[in-house]
Write a protein that binds this ligand. Structure first.
Ligand code: ATP
Ligand code: MG
Length: 398
């Protein structure tokens, strides 16, 4: 009886490869697959034309491999496939074994040839293998709504036959789009924003502003827990913890209450930018969504952007709170975000922040601050922590 040799065939969307960056895309995809699989046993990753193949032959935990691969950005879907020599009898032998444990009310064969010189056409393969299935299983062919799709990929070297498919998250492999610094509060929105940047191929460096010792360190604990969760999507992360309480105290001394939130944000942006330049990041990202709170009106967003020289990306700008919340629940960040916490923004925050700060007002308020010193205090006072997945967190500096 033929021995089954399983592989996971990873498919990506060709669409993202039209920019001439295919080698870069594939290099990152492969490296990220290897990182995601680092602790689940030997699973060699090979690159073939148009797909990446993870060898599962003899693997102790193939389900864990599938689960991990299903969470690597850039993966459109993967099939749990079995290798066969590319002859019809060999394909039938493998398919026969796979059918032993299966029953399904309807099916279709989806044969694809990766090289057109194969002696049979896809249609001929569909017919021959379809007839073979009908001989062994009480079922019928249904091309439109098949209960079971049997996928047959004929490659130059061999053929992959699969009955099961794992959906991937799509997007681009983390790393292909460069690095961004994400401003991570303990709230619901910013972790989702960071995840969406990762999904577009960014490596995300996290910056969290805290008010220790004016407030308890709960917001830092939340930031760490969020980064740990998000690191499952990019395998290693850096979190900068910036002491912001003293800076806020100085703002309170010089800036009228309605303008304080905008001034805090502008300081956060400047500090984050300083850290961004040190990490080679090309943009900032925030969890702002238009009109959600007073600091997120078009006027105030304009004031925040004027303090930045790097682009400030806001992947949630057009999303409703409900959509963001649903996404946070799927990601598993929601439960962390709703933990009670004294965020630095609750400290020294006025009851009625302005929704329309003018550039002149903000400039006048900031003229009373020693901005360079405040920014340097924040950036130089920051501590750095490093997180790994699947490895445990490694603190760099205490
Ligand atoms: P979130 O749910 O992400 O906290 P929010 O709806 O509470 O967002 P704001 O408090 O106005 O909105 O914050 C807007 C954005 O500013 C956040 O999404 C985040 O990117 C950034 N931000 C706010 N507070 C902090 C903080 N303490 N540390 C780092 N970034 C912050
Ligand atoms: Mg918040």
């Amino acid at each position: 009886m033929v021995r089954l040799r399983p592989v996971l065939v990873v498919h990506y969307h060709e669409i993202s490869l039209k920019r001439g960056n295919r080698p870069l895309f594939l290099r990152h995809l492969r490296r990220n697959l290897e990182a995601a699989l680092a602790d689940v046993g030997p699973a060699p990753v090979r690159q073939l034309p148009g797909r990446v193949v993870v060898d599962l032959d003899g693997h102790p935990a193939p389900a864990a491999v599938q689960e991990r691969v299903g969470r690597v950005f850039g993966v459109a879907f993967a099939t749990v496939a079995y290798r066969a020599p590319s002859t019809l009898p060999a394909m039938k032998a493998v398919l026969g074994r796979l059918l032993e444990s299966r029953s399904f009310p309807s099916f279709r064969i989806t044969a694809r040839r990766a090289f057109k010189t194969y002696p049979m056409t896809s249609v001929e393969l569909n017919r021959a293998l379809g007839a073979f299935v009908l001989e062994r299983v009480a079922t019928r062919v249904d091309l439109e709504h098949a209960a079971q799709d049997i996928r047959v990929e004929v490659l130059p070297s061999e053929t992959y036959i699969s009955l099961d498919r794992v959906e991937g998250p799509g997007g681009l492999p983390v790393g292909v789009s460069g690095t961004v610094v994400a401003l991570l509060s303990g709230g619901i929105d910013s972790p989702v924003a960071a995840w969406r940047m990762m999904k577009r191929g960014c490596r995300v460096v996290f910056v969290h502003f805290h008010s220790v010792p004016y407030l308890p360190p709960t917001s830092q604990a939340k930031a760490r827990a969020l980064v740990e969760r998000l690191t499952e999507w990019q395998y290693d992360s850096r979190l900068h913890l910036v002491p912001f309480g003293e800076i806020q105290r100085e703002v309170v001394l010089g800036v009228p209450p309605p303008l304080r939130v905008v001034v805090y944000r502008r300081l956060m942006v400047r500090i984050a930018e300083t850290l961004a330049r040190r990490s080679g990041a090309l943009a900032l990202a925030t969890g702002e969504s238009l009109g959600q709170v007073a600091s997120q009106t078009l006027d105030n967003i304009a004031r925040i952007d004027e303090a930045a020289t790097l682009p400030v990306l806001r992947p949630l700008i057009g999303m409703d709170k409900l959509e963001i919340t649903t996404q946070a629940q799927r990601l598993g960040t929601f439960e962390i975000s709703i933990e009670p916490d004294a965020d630095c923004c609750t400290l020294f925050t006025p009851k009625h922040p302005t929704t329309r700060a003018s550039a002149a007002e903000v400039a006048a308020a900031e003229a009373r601050l020693d901005l360079d010193r405040l920014v340097a205090t924040g950036a130089d006072g920051a501590t750095l922590e490093v997180f790994g997945f699947p490895r445990a967190a490694v603190p760099l500096r205490p």
